[in-house]
Design a protein around this ligand. Structure first.
Ligand SMILES: Cc1ncc(COP(=O)(O)O)c(C=O)c1O
Length: 418
């Protein structure tokens, strides 16, 4: 029985699968994804711009489960990798090298060479890495990540443009970029940017785009321009937070793309690289309440949702709506109480949600952490020697499928040499 399941009910998220039954079958905690919602997000982004050479590279850092990567490809998305490991996962999911864009940050020569050998387009984000690339691969195609001078995002840790970030090359260094390109006979195939994450105000994204397009005119023969990701999702749906107006944003972007191509004299490819937007809303993390206690005036629900399972609240003070599911049909009043929801890690910062007003919780209740599909499993760890949870997909027809099994202690011990 759902005590406050308004959001998942409206989406028909579980499609008849009871949260308690899911945790009984696959263990708690558990990541649950909904295929229908995942596909819809892919389609929303893919359809946002009518510009004919518009491509979406799903930034798989947000969620690199191979089943989800395959579905994204079926929906016509390409992929963006930020590490060799991600590129390996993308290839394993069946993407072709030309469908992958590898946006590196401070990687080894070996990582750069891996991409070149696989025929994957690389974007470097410093003069120094451009120099390394040129030394190793003279005459090849490369992209450079620029910093358009504008940053955005929900937390200082996710702002990746502007004057306080390690990312991108500032416009002032364009003469140096050109010098290195010439020195190694490199072809600048494209330029790219990414200004930050969880942008809910399209005008900031557009301002970054306009700056990048201005900068782009300083290069003669680009094949593509990648405008970055960062498209936000509303994390406070219980409070009625509105989604990003992706349709209006897409219309303006299309207009910019057409205008730019016309004046540049070439219909070049435009790309975006959304991470969060694709899987965030298709994922709910289920966990179980194991203890209730009062410490002084403060009430706590102790759960198995430690930050090894879900790091965003601890890392970014991120808000995630919480739903409560009870394994009983008893009709009774469920008074609303203020409570902190904490995990089981040996760390005092181990919060999932602070000062939430929820139906009075009991041991055995299952909690749903909403919008947990992006940067959820991807950021999980085995800290405190805890096994990472399983991942389950609710397929379009409502059947469920295990798409990653829970770690076993054998897995965890396997790499030890003793
Ligand atoms: C280079 C790059 N591209 C794309 C993304 C995806 O960002 P988001 O999940 O906010 O869309 C990131 C995230 O940090 C990134 O660093």
């Amino acid at each position: 029985m759902k005590l406050n399941g308004k959001v998942t009910d409206a989406l028909n998220f579980f499609q008849g699968n009871e949260p308690h039954a899911l945790t009984r079958e696959y263990g708690s905690p558990l990541y649950v994804y909904n295929e229908r919602i995942f596909r819809k997000s892919c389609r929303d982004i893919k359809g946002m711009c009518e510009y004919p050479k518009f491509f979406v590279n799903y930034s798989v850092k947000a969620n690199s489960n191979l089943t989800l990567l395959k579905i994204a490809r079926e929906e016509g998305l390409r992929a963006d990798a930020t590490s060799q490991g991600e590129a390996v996962a993308i290839l394993a999911a069946g993407y072709q090298p030309e469908e992958i864009f590898y946006v590196v940050n401070n990687v080894s020569a070996a990582e750069l060479n891996f991409a070149v050998e696989k025929n994957i387009t690389v974007s470097v984000d410093s003069l120094s890495q451009l120099e390394t690339f040129g030394q190793l691969n003279p005459g090849k195609r490369v992209s450079v990540r620029l910093n358009p001078g504008i940053g955005a995002g929900h937390h200082e840790k996710v702002v990746t443009g502007g004057d306080r970030t390690k990312f991108g090359v500032n416009e002032a260094y364009i003469p140096d970029i050109k010098r290195i390109l010439e020195k190694y006979d490199l072809k600048l195939a494209g330029i790219n940017q990414h200004i930050g994450s969880l942008i809910m105000d399209g005008s900031l994204f557009l301002a970054g785009v306009q700056n990048l397009l201005k900068i782009a005119r300083q290069f003669d023969d680009l094949d593509f321009i990648d405008l970055g990701g960062g498209f936000g999702v509303p994390y406070q749906k219980q409070e009625g937070e509105e989604p990003l107006d992706i349709e209006s944003l897409g219309k303006l972007l299309s207009k910019f793309m057409h205008e730019f191509s016309e004046s540049y004299g070439k219909e070049l490819r435009f790309m975006v690289e959304p991470g969060r937007y694709i899987p965030a809303e298709s994922g709910v993390l289920l966990g179980t309440v194991h203890a209730i206690k009062n410490n002084g005036f403060v009430k706590y629900a102790g759960t198995d949702l430690g930050f090894s399972v879900f790091a965003r609240p601890m890392l970014y003070d991120a808000h995630h709506d919480i739903e409560v599911y009870r394994d009983s049909d008893e009709i009774m009043e469920h008074p609303i109480k203020m409570i902190n929801i904490v995990g089981n890690m040996c760390e005092s910062g181990d919060y999932i949600a602070r000062e939430r007003y929820l139906p009075a919780l009991r041991v055995g209740d299952v909690l749903g952490v909403l919008d947990a599909g992006a940067y959820g499993y991807a950021m999980s760890s085995q800290y405190n020697y805890r096994a990472r949870p399983a991942e389950v997909l609710i397929c379009e027809d409502g059947t469920r499928k295990l798409i990653r099994r829970r770690d076993t202690y054998e897995d965890m011990l396997a790499n030890m040499i003793f």
